[in-house]
Ligand binder design. Structure first.
Ligand code: URA
Length: 208
């Protein structure tokens, strides 16, 4: 299943608060990070564990840890930064791979203006962060870039998704799992998700 709409009561409650136009920048920011933590919890449910021996208070004890090279978190600039701390709260040792994408207004294609990726991507689970999955153009471009750089296990965390973006991503990359707090009605003529959150980057950074 490529799409996971997380219907946990806390996720729905927090996202409802974020929809309020009067919400302060501080609260919007905090809620974005909190929902990111909850989405990450869901997106890590199938992480593989391996047993190892720990010296406990009463002798050796067999415990478990997450196996393998672990995780790289991939915030898409700029709004994805608004979810980064929430994910690092759960996976503090994760490497951060940063991607900046902008739309070429002539070709309407997303192009990469910044990229700094973690090494050994073929051995890591890549978690892309972008609050709004709107047309899906940036998400598909980020996934293309990660796959070209070796990533094989890619998951995306988004706060709100439009059906148009979900279709575009799942058509291009059916292997990528998308975790979202909500699937909204669709895009308006300006490319905003309705009812959505407005411009998530502006709301996280307090710009206009
Ligand atoms: N980006 C946003 O920040 N908001 C939308 O609704 C769509 C894209």
């Amino acid at each position: 299943m490529a799409l996971h709409e997380i219907k946990h009561p806390l996720v729905r409650h927090k996202l409802g608060l974020m929809r309020g136009a009067a919400l302060s920048t501080k609260s919007f920011r905090e809620l974005a990070q909190e929902i990111a933590t909850l989405l990450m919890y869901e997106a890590s449910k199938d992480f593989v564990l391996e047993p190892y021996t720990e010296r406990g208070w009463a002798g050796d004890v067999t415990v478990e840890r997450v196996a393998g090279k672990k995780v790289t978190v991939v915030p898409i600039l700029r709004a994805g930064i608004g979810m980064l701390d929430g994910v690092l709260q759960l996976i503090p040792g994760a490497r951060v791979s940063t991607v900046g994408l902008a739309r070429n207004e002539d070709t309407l294609q997303a192009h990469t203006y910044f990229e700094r990726l973690a090494g050994e991507l073929d051995q890591r689970i890549a978690i892309i962060l972008d609050p709004m999955l709107a047309t899906g153009g940036s998400m598909v471009a980020a996934i293309d870039l990660l796959k070209k750089s070796g990533a094989r296990d890619i998951r995306a965390l988004v706060l709100v998704a439009a059906p148009e973006g979900i279709k575009r991503v799942t058509d291009a990359h059916p292997d990528v799992e998308i975790y979202t707090a909500a699937v909204d009605r669709g895009l308006n003529e300006d490319g905003y998700i309705m009812p959505g959150l407005g411009d998530a980057g502006d709301r996280v950074f307090g710009t206009k």
